[in-house]
Design a protein around this ligand. Sequence first.
Ligand code: HEC
Length: 98
Amino acid sequence: MKKAMGFVAAAVLAAASMGVQADGQAVYDKHCKGCHVAGVGNAPKPGDAAAWDARKAAGVDAMVQTVITGKGAMPPKGTCATCDDASLKAAVEVLLAQ
Ligand code: HEC
């Protein structure tokens, strides 16, 4: 039963992430880019390997959790109050791909 639930969850996530890729870019452009590109409040800049390596070691899911709760100068959900977790994860992936 647990296995089946895991499978369903994985399938839902896979389906969600397929449609969300474009959303991730839109969310990133609208809500995340401003602070991160400028390094507002010490936000790690896109492509700054030194800033991202330790965070990448913790994993994307840990980073998404940090975004959801907020950290330091970053408000909860990185200011995208209406974003669901999947959109925030997609935005994190866009940020990491810069
Ligand atoms: C108001 C400015 C601001 C906005 C808007 C913002 N961030 Fe951030 N972000 C920060 C700052 C500052 C940090 C560093 C926090 C720290 O380590 O103290 C950070 C850290 C992060 C991290 C690293 C988290 C970790 O685990 O250390 C990720 C990933 C991230 N932001 C993604 C996003 C995404 C995705 C969005 C848009 C939905 C976003 N941010 C919007 C300022 C911002």
